[in-house]
Design a binder for this molecule. Structure first.
Ligand SMILES: Cc1cc2nc3c(=O)[nH]c(=O)nc-3n(C[C@H](O)[C@H](O)[C@H](O)COP(=O)(O)OP(=O)(O)OC[C@H]3O[C@@H](n4cnc5c(N)ncnc54)[C@H](O)[C@@H]3O)c2cc1C
Ligand SMILES: *[C@@H]1O[C@H](CO)[C@@H](O)[C@H](O)[C@H]1NC(C)=O
Ligand SMILES: *[C@@H]1O[C@H](CO)[C@@H](O)[C@H](O)[C@H]1NC(C)=O
Ligand SMILES: *[C@@H]1O[C@H](CO)[C@@H](O)[C@H](O)[C@H]1NC(C)=O
Ligand SMILES: *[C@@H]1O[C@H](CO)[C@@H](O)[C@H](O)[C@H]1NC(C)=O
Ligand SMILES: *[C@@H]1O[C@H](CO)[C@@H](O)[C@H](O)[C@H]1NC(C)=O
Length: 342
């Protein structure tokens, strides 16, 4: 029986833990160790929109493979009639760009059909938003809401025989009795692994009550600060957003004003709706998702096998299932390497 620890219980930790259970069935005991759980993780702040977003230098082929695995996973649940419990909504997403060098991203091929917006459509939207859009597309996709699905996935993990421990891990050595340690610590990997390439990208969002809004709009610009979005969830609509490199989790009044002003161009009623909440989350951003195995020798001479799975930036929900599959394959690597040496 292998003993596998997963550090982290956000979307990345839970999906990875489930994928490992699936792969190793009866021959592995999986334990999740985390100091924060739903609804208190960064994942819980996310709208859960399926869309590869803020992914820096990740290889386009990887992004497509990871996000496709998640899309297919969500679509399957939806077709099985499990959307309500799984926190899934099917919805159209309109993407508009006012970048000088606009190119449609290749990942649109993963979605349920997409259409480029025509010149006349772009002209009329440009007028409406007082922008000069250079391109845009529309596709049918999903929101998969972490605050709704995380508790369900945790229960599923426990039903499969998993164990959950609430604990802050200061050093990997504390887990040296495990055969493999999987590092799904998000932004905290910065402290735990001294990985300075992971940085916080601050996201401030407002949730309002607007059940009549059911289309996602995302407007992206050359100047990052100008981006704005409206994303309907089941019980609220998310208005955003910001993407500053900062650790500041307090609400900034200027950001609030800009978000309301920008999103009210999409529909002026949005800014007048009942506000449900306003929060700031820090996206665990890295030039590239870190998905790799590593071997560390402890003071006592023991070799720890670690699989890293962190740094998903603005798309942790979108990439979760694909990355979880890759991480579980890396676990297999670690076990092979560790036990071939015995
Ligand atoms: C405003 C906002 C909106 C977003 N919207 C979307 C969206 O629509 N779609 C999308 O795909 N993505 C979105 N994201 C991005 C997404 O939220 C993240 O990429 C994702 O949540 C990262 O998940 P994670 O599991 O790595 O991290 P987290 O959710 O932060 O989980 C980390 C886990 O690790 C644990 N942990 C960390 N350090 C330790 C330690 N030392 N000891 C024990 N436990 C530890 C924590 O307790 C926690 O359980 C959004 C982000 C923000 C801020
Ligand atoms: C439209 O944008 C221009 C510059 O981008 C600005 O000068 C003008 O005031 C804006 N008009 C409105 C109605 O917001
Ligand atoms: C991580 O390190 C920063 C800076 O040293 C500190 O402010 C923060 O509290 C640490 N986070 C955790 C969870 O320990
Ligand atoms: C997670 O990975 C980072 C980067 O290597 C490391 O510094 C940190 O110690 C790891 N966390 C744990 C709990 O091992
Ligand atoms: C958002 O507001 C800022 C400041 O008023 C403006 O510069 C920017 O163009 C707006 N963005 C969108 C997409 O409307
Ligand atoms: C808001 O913007 C004004 C003008 O740029 C600035 O003086 C003020 O400090 C800002 N407030 C916050 C909370 O950032």
């Amino acid at each position: 029986m292998y003993n596998i620890a997963v550090i982290g219980c956000g979307v990345i930790g839970v999906t990875t833990a489930l994928e490992i259970q699936k792969k190793y069935g009866g021959i592995a005991k999986v334990t999740i160790v985390a100091d924060k759980f739903s609804p208190k993780t960064t994942s819980d702040i996310a709208a859960g929109l399926w869309e590869p977003y803020l992914l820096a230098e990740n290889d386009e082929e990887d992004v497509i493979r990871w996000s496709k695995a998640t899309f297919d996973f969500i679509l399957k649940l939806w077709k099985e009639g499990k959307a309500k419990d799984a926190g899934i909504c099917l919805q159209p997403a309109v993407n508009l760009f006012n970048c000088k060098n606009y190119n449609t991203p290749k990942w649109v091929s993963v979605t349920l059909g997409y259409n480029e917006l025509g010149v006349r459509h772009l002209e009329s939207l440009s007028k409406q938003y007082n922008q000069s859009f250079t391109g845009g597309f529309m596709f049918m996709g999903f929101t998969w809401e972490p605050i709704l699905f995380l508790p369900h996935l945790q229960k599923q993990f426990l039903r499969n025989g998993g164990t959950i421990i609430e604990k802050h891990v200061q050093r990997f050595n504390e887990l040296e009795d495990f055969d493999v340690i999987v590092n799904c610590t998000g932004l905290e990997a910065r402290n735990l692994s001294c990985d300075r390439s992971i940085v916080p990208i601050r996201g401030q969002v407002i949730r309002v009550y607007a059940p009549w809004q059911y289309i996602t709009y995302l407007i992206q610009c050359d100047d990052d600060e100008d981006a704005c979005y409206v994303i309907p969830n089941r019980d609220s609509v998310i208005l955003g957003g910001t993407k500053q490199q900062s650790f500041d989790t307090t609400i900034n009044k200027n950001d609030t004003d800009r978000i309301l002003k920008n999103t009210s161009k999409i529909n002026y009623a949005l800014a007048k709706c009942k506000k449900i909440s306003e929060v700031v989350g820090l996206r665990p951003s890295r030039y590239r998702v870190r998905l790799e195995d590593e071997y560390i020798e402890t003071n006592s001479g023991k070799i720890l096998g670690i699989v890293h799975n962190y740094g998903h930036g603005g798309a942790g929900i979108t990439l979760a299932i694909g990355c979880a599959k890759d991480a579980s394959n890396l676990v297999e690597n670690v076990l092979k390497i560790k036990y071939s040496k015995l």
